[in-house]
Design a protein around this ligand. Structure first.
Ligand SMILES: Nc1ncnc2c1ncn2[C@@H]1O[C@H](COP(=O)(O)OP(=O)(O)OP(=O)(O)O)[C@@H](O)[C@H]1O
Ligand SMILES: [Mg+2]
Length: 258
């Protein structure tokens, strides 16, 4: 499946509002699941100043997006193979220069995404938490959004706030909800319904075309997830038979319409 222009990758932003809900875990494992289904996938660590994707994948990158942005290395050199059969563009950690979006970084990020687009079927942007200008700009570059939320009220409030901010400042795009750390089967469906009701009431009232959020999947709370992160392995490799791994595989299939 290609992006809306038909010229290569579909760009998917994985975002959340609240931090620590599982964006990086979902991005890495969704990428592995898509790769297994034959897709050429790149995950870009868009948490530019506080990167984590390298940690989750047990990679020790010598070259990152920072080196591409500063001209120290060519883009091709910074695209690295990851254990799950996909590619990554990693970012640096503890870099104050990426705490705010500058015109230079905007242009460079935009340029990087346009240059990788023809080479992949799917590009996942693993964003940082919150609604900083860095996160909002990153999301603006995507063709579709995956909002990760846990059933906790604070996570849902932040997911809604993010959707509201995006709806008022950016074009509407296909928006999927992935409920992570679900404690009961069917919780994802209930949460999607609740979220849609609030969106209908407070966001869609002001829109010509209403925003409909669909449920991409429900990933259970599973101790194997924490264990896989501690071991710095993909869940899909560490414990492929677990319900959480199977839920990610199902979400990947849904994302590409299979
Ligand atoms: N389904 C799950 N079951 C159990 N634990 C989970 C699950 N999903 C995530 N976790 C735990 O939550 C931790 C945080 O996940 P992750 O780093 O992916 O969140 P994040 O949204 O990317 O955080 P940040 O906002 O800091 O980027 C994981 O290391 C893991 O221990
Ligand atoms: Mg993260």
């Amino acid at each position: 499946m290609t992006g809306p222009t038909g010229k290569g990758a579909r760009i998917t932003a994985v975002t959340s509002g609240k931090g620590g809900v599982g964006k990086t875990f979902v991005s890495a494992n969704l990428a592995a699941a898509l790769a297994r289904q034959g897709e050429r996938v790149l995950v870009l660590d868009a948490d530019l100043g506080l990167a984590n994707l390298d940690v989750v994948l047990n990679l020790f990158p010598k070259l990152t997006l920072h080196d591409v942005f500063t001209g120290k290395t060519a883009l091709e050199e910074a695209i690295l193979p990851a254990p799950g059969g996909f590619s990554v563009l990693l970012a640096g950690s503890g870099m104050i220069e990426y705490s705010r979006m500058t015109p230079e970084v905007r242009d460079q990020l935009h340029d990087v995404i346009e240059r990788v687009r023809p080479r992949f079927d799917h590009v996942l942007l693993d964003t940082g938490a919150g609604i900083s200008d860095v996160v909002l700009y990153t999301v603006s570059l995507a063709d579709e959004l995956v909002i990760v939320a846990t059933p906790e009220p604070t996570s849902l409030t932040d997911a809604y706030a993010t959707i509201k901010v995006l709806a008022s400042s950016q074009p509407l795009r296909p928006t999927h909800l992935l409920v992570n750390q679900a404690q009961r089967a069917g919780e994802g469906r209930v949460i999607r319904h609740q979220l849609q009701q609030v969106i209908d009431r407070f966001v869609n009232a002001g829109l010509e075309v209403p925003l409909q959020v669909d449920l991409l999947g429900e990933v259970p709370l599973d101790p194997a997830v924490r264990d896989s992160v501690l071991r710095r392995e993909l869940l899909l490799e560490f414990a492929p038979g677990t319900p959480a791994a199977q839920a990610i595989v199902a979400a990947a299939a849904r994302l590409i319409g299979r």
